[in-house]
Design a protein around this ligand. Structure first.
Ligand SMILES: [Zn+2]
Length: 140
């Protein structure tokens, strides 16, 4: 479901990415900029392996019940129009590594000409869009 907010095309992800067991912090009707969604999908599709995109209410519930494969996730507490913090990881017998996922997310953003920021540390999230609000010391 594409919806236009101001000059930004957005997409609702309740039906496609919401983790069924997301906690109460998850915002129903959550929308993200379509360009961010395109980066997530492009990265997933470029990776050689099972990678799912999930949205949760917090960092905990987004992925805690994933016990196999790899994932790209975000927290859906407020709409993500200007920026999106993207987490990623693996569980069980994943066929890709965290580093491969991170590199693919950055590459996908560059392919699609979406601003991207990442510290290079696979324990840290990747930021799409306006990354200027974050300084190096506060990389999530
Ligand atoms: Zn939660």
């Amino acid at each position: 479901m594409v919806q236009r907010i101001g000059h930004v095309d957005t997409i609702g992800t309740d039906d496609t990415h919401k983790n069924e067991t997301a906690c109460g912090l998850y915002r129903e009707g959550h929308i993200i900029a379509a360009r961010f969604h395109a980066v997530l999908v492009s990265a997933r599709d470029a990776l050689d392996g099972e990678v799912e995109i999930v949205a949760g209410g917090c960092n905990g519930c987004a992925t805690y019940d994933i016990d196999t494969g790899a994932y790209i996730y975000y927290v859906a507490q407020s709409h993500a129009i200007d920026r999106l913090a993207v987490g990623y990881g693996t569980a069980g017998d994943a066929s890709v590594t965290k580093l491969e996922i991170a590199h693919e997310l950055v590459a996908a953003a560059e392919r699609l000409e979406v601003d991207v920021g990442w510290s290079g540390n696979t324990d840290k999230k990747i930021f799409l869009g306006d990354t200027t609000v974050y300084d190096e010391s506060s990389w999530l």
